[in-house]
Design a protein. Structure first.
Length: 127
């Protein structure tokens, strides 16, 4: 089952990170978290790993509305976008909320998740 919406870019990872943040900002998202997986694994485990970044984005109006429908929805927040290098390219991928929301038994979240997912897709397409 596909659970991410991805795009392959022919740019440097650093450029893709900047472009991703800008595209997400255009859709009303701000960065809450930024995790450098490579650096974290090196520091904590002493292992080498590929360049891999996890950006946690939040769109406050949508997050607030989701929390009103379902307190535990915070387990699925923020909306994660990953960037990693593969065969000289950068892959950028955002969570497909329409798939993730199936774990939650709350029909009020369906339409909201589709609206947020469309924003995520537009942002990924704009990079």
């Amino acid at each position: 089952m596909q659970y991410g919406y991805k795009r392959t870019l022919d740019v440097l990872l650093s450029e893709a990170i900047i472009a991703t943040k800008e595209a997400m900002a255009q859709e009303g998202f701000g960065v809450l978290t930024e995790i450098d997986v490579k650096a974290t694994l090196q520091k904590k485990l002493g292992v080498e790993y590929d360049n891999y970044i996890i950006l946690g984005f939040c769109n406050p109006p949508f997050a607030y509305k989701a929390l009103q429908f379902e307190k535990e929805i915070g387990l699925l927040l923020p909306c994660n976008v990953i960037l990693f290098e593969e065969e000289g390219k950068v892959i950028v991928s955002a969570i497909l909320l329409s798939v993730a929301i199936n774990m939650v038994d709350n029909p009020n979240l369906g339409e909201l998740s589709l609206m947020v997912e469309e924003k995520l897709k537009r942002a990924i397409d704009a990079i």
